[in-house]
Design a protein around this ligand. Sequence first.
Ligand SMILES: Nc1ncnc2c1ncn2[C@@H]1O[C@H](COP(=O)(O)OP(=O)(O)O)[C@@H](O)[C@H]1O
Ligand SMILES: [Mg+2]
Length: 253
Amino acid sequence: MKVLCIAQQKGGVCKTTTALSLSAAWALGGRRVLMVDVDPQANLTRNILDYESLGSDISQIYAGKLHLADAVTPTGSKNLFLVPARTALNRVENLERSLSAYTTLRREIPKLGEDYDYVVLDTPPSLGLFTVSALLAATHVLVPVQPTFFCQEGLGDLNQTIVEARENNASLVSVRYFMTLFDKRTVISQELAGLLRARLGKSLFSAMIRKNIAVEESQYAQKTIFDYAPKSPGAEDYRILAKEVAAWLENAS
Ligand SMILES: Nc1ncnc2c1ncn2[C@@H]1O[C@H](COP(=O)(O)OP(=O)(O)O)[C@@H](O)[C@H]1O
Ligand SMILES: [Mg+2]
């Protein structure tokens, strides 16, 4: 079972959109995919489930009251499942001080056995407990990078956190990046894309996600991009990225 953690401490760089879109693409292709919402903002959960009528959620797992498998919720799409989050996750008592919270996912995910081909972890815009606990459970880390003036600033801190996670997680085999919110009409986007390519080399996927309003609209419609606008540039880009990322998950080192 491959465990993909989508991480980047900047907000608004498409972590959640990517968690959902890659998972949906793989589920459509016949893979069994479990998404885990590890973000107290619960955006992934709201994108795909009715937030008002959730059952169990990830906060009970961090609190040690449930096993991960007990909170798996069907999404209405075939092969696609979610462990939802509630904003209550932020209030689980003493969580930051609980050492075992850091290893919750690392202990719980292997208990799923081979029920899923891919587990996809969506993380918050920070390098705190939730992101670290996801990195400690991951086999692969995928980092979205937006070609903006500040985009390279946070990558050093993120790298350092990943290096430390790796020292404590022998299963973490590989880290890759992809470019997102790319606007090919602007010179600055083109130039920064070149700089990123030079800095990241082969660890930057060649597939990139263009800015596309249909992606944003699909969230309001609470649908995946493939259900909402299957012919949109957003759907096209995510289909290509999903193929590239799956090949990496299957072969990577
Ligand atoms: N390809 C895209 N084109 C335009 N808007 C996008 C695209 N991908 C995501 N968005 C929008 O950008 C915002 C941030 O995306 P999100 O996935 O929530 O980021 P994060 O999880 O990193 O904070 C959302 O409003 C989303 O709808
Ligand atoms: Mg998010």
